[in-house]
Design a protein around this ligand. Structure first.
Ligand SMILES: *[C@@H]1O[C@H](CO)[C@@H](O)[C@H](O)[C@H]1NC(C)=O
Ligand SMILES: *[C@@H]1O[C@H](CO)[C@@H](O)[C@H](O)[C@H]1NC(C)=O
Ligand SMILES: *[C@@H]1O[C@H](CO)[C@@H](O)[C@H](O)[C@H]1NC(C)=O
Ligand SMILES: *[C@@H]1O[C@H](CO)[C@@H](O)[C@H](O)[C@H]1NC(C)=O
Length: 506
């Protein structure tokens, strides 16, 4: 009996050790109450649009889609079959094959990328004037100047590298052999009316948009004024205990990152660590933009909407090296609380196999330098099982699954009432969170949420109830939560504004 109870006691002690170890920290009841520092070290234009104001031809940034309607044929240019062959001018409506994505060389000079990802160029293996879309990388033959009509910038001419202008000679013959000036008349086959289908406003666009002369100054000014020491003071005094800081892969090659990125973001991150230490704030470093882009969105710094991350072992190794660099640099700081290996990889482009491979290697890179930092693994977005990372993560001590919960970005939420949104949080988000909360699996983190929705004209009280509902539910996440984001020109997306105006109290 005495022996048995000693064994039992030992067992309990052993179990307790295991639990506290698997949480990686002394206090297992601690929960992260964090805010994201979005739009700081990784640009997102919608968070602070004025950053782009000084860019010349700022409607022609990398990734912007243009459609060209010939004024003579009244038809749109089209990459026949989506690319790989000739350019024609016989489409009466424009969609994917008729949309040309810009790669910006400078404010006047561009490459045009077609649906199947080839670049428009001159047929150098033929007569040298036929316009085709066959090159997989752009060179001199794929480089064009866009000349805008004085007084109406939606009329353009396109100057080819041979010095001549493109013309729609017939509906099936587009050539670069129109010489000389234009009076911009309706009978000029070198004139096209453009439709701009919109663009991206991420780090690639802003740095390449300003160009090597101006970008360093603009970005360093932003980094040193957008988030300052006082923000950490505000955070520590308003019921928050952590920040999640999105960073881009180029930070690891500071101060001389590859074109078009600009050095200096590492210095800004250093400052964040010293302010965090001063005010007792924990830091979650979040690799928000991985090389090649893990989701094709501007916030992962895609150039043109392409998603190329994770397609090769070399790319994965390059990403692991970024995690290795960041963890090595900050492992000794008492403020380093967690490293998030990548934000929002998107299925199916980011395959589970590649993500698992990366997460295992990324985890090891963190552990090489730190035995205590949590390692956060973002669930893939898309049609996935929210427990798909469990087989890997359950075996890794101090691992955390990050889930992002927005009542947005889906037509499902269209026309929902205030109460429907709130019920969905209390009922369905609770269910979803319960599904991923297990006693022996990874911890759970709601790394992004916001008190914004698709309800029009909601009152302050509505917002307060909605925010409270989310706080009530998300505080059950075993690692914690992080609001998106601290500052934003859209008030409800700014936790600072929400706190200062009494919408959210922590
Ligand atoms: C510019 O051209 C477009 C297309 O022809 C036309 O719709 C628009 O009204 C013109 N704008 C100006 C300012 O003339
Ligand atoms: C446009 O021209 C190409 C090349 O001749 C032809 O294959 C295609 O069917 C044409 N499309 C339309 C809509 O006329
Ligand atoms: C939402 O309401 C608008 C306006 O009444 C309607 O046009 C739209 O179809 C509705 N959307 C859904 C998904 O029900
Ligand atoms: C929310 O959960 C309830 C109860 O499980 C379910 O009946 C309902 O269909 C769910 N709503 C949505 C939109 O998934």
């Amino acid at each position: 009996m005495a022996i048995n109870s000693r064994i039992l006691l030992l067992g309990i002690v052993f179990l307790f050790c295991k639990v506290s170890l698997s949480h990686g920290r002394a206090n297992p009841s601690f929960r992260v109450k964090a805010v994201n520092l979005g739009g700081w070290l990784v640009t997102e234009g919608w968070i602070k649009p004025s950053l782009f104001d000084g860019i010349p031809n700022k409607d022609f940034l990398d990734g912007t889609g243009l459609q060209f309607k010939s004024v003579t044929t009244g038809k749109y240019l089209c990459a026949e079959t989506g690319g790989g062959t000739i350019i024609v001018a016989n489409r009466s409506a424009a969609s994917g094959w008729e949309t040309f994505k810009l790669w910006r060389i400078n404010e006047k000079t561009f490459n045009f990328r077609v649906f199947n990802k080839q670049f428009v160029g001159l047929d150098t293996s033929g007569n040298g004037i036929d316009v085709v879309a066959v090159a997989s990388t752009p060179g001199k033959s794929e480089t064009f100047e866009i000349v805008r009509k004085p007084g109406n910038s939606s009329h353009v001419r396109i100057k080819a590298p041979n010095g001549f202008f493109l013309q729609a000679k017939t509906e099936t013959l587009v050539t670069a052999d129109f010489a000389g000036n234009s009076n911009w008349g309706e009978n000029d086959p070198s004139v096209f009316v453009i439709t701009n289908t919109g663009g991206l406003h991420g780090e690639f666009q802003i740095t390449n948009g300003y160009g090597p002369q101006r970008a360093p100054q603009v970005m360093r000014e932003h980094w040193s004024t957008y988030i300052v020491e006082d923000d950490f003071k505000f955070i520590s005094q308003n019921g928050l205990n952590a920040v999640r800081i999105p960073v881009g892969w180029w930070i690891a090659s500071d101060p001389t990152p590859p074109h078009p990125y600009v050095g200096g973001s590492l210095k800004a991150l250093d400052n964040a660590f010293s302010w965090a230490q001063k005010y007792g704030v924990n830091i979650i470093i979040d690799l928000h933009a991985a090389p090649g882009s893990q989701n094709g969105w501007e916030h992962s710094s895609t150039r043109d909407g392409s998603q190329e991350w994770g397609k090769t072992d070399e790319n994965i190794q390059q990403t692991v090296a970024v995690i290795d660099f960041l963890t090595a640099r900050y492992a000794k700081s008492p403020s380093l609380y967690a490293v998030e290996l990548i934000n929002e990889p998107l299925a199916p482009g980011a395959s589970l196999e590649m993500v698992n491979k990366y997460y295992k290697a990324g985890y090891d890179a963190v552990r090489k330098h730190s035995s205590t930092a949590y390692v956060v693994m973002s669930n893939r977005l898309g049609q996935i099982d929210p427990r798909e990372l469990f087989p890997l993560a359950s075996g890794l001590m101090g691992s955390v699954i990050d889930l992002h919960y927005y009542n947005l970005f889906s037509t499902m939420f269209d026309n929902w009432t205030v109460q429907q949104n709130i019920d969905y949080v209390y009922i369905n988000r609770t269910e979803a969170l319960t599904y991923v909360t297990t006693s022996n699996g990874p911890l759970t983190f709601i790394g992004e949420w916001v008190a914004e929705w698709q309800v029009q004209g909601a009152s302050k009280e509505d917002y307060q109830r909605y925010a409270k509902a989310q706080l009530d539910v998300f505080e059950r996440a075993t690692f914690g939560w992080a609001y998106w984001t601290l500052k934003n020109v859209n008030n409800h997306w700014s936790l600072e504004w929400m706190i200062k105006n009494g919408y959210i109290k922590l």
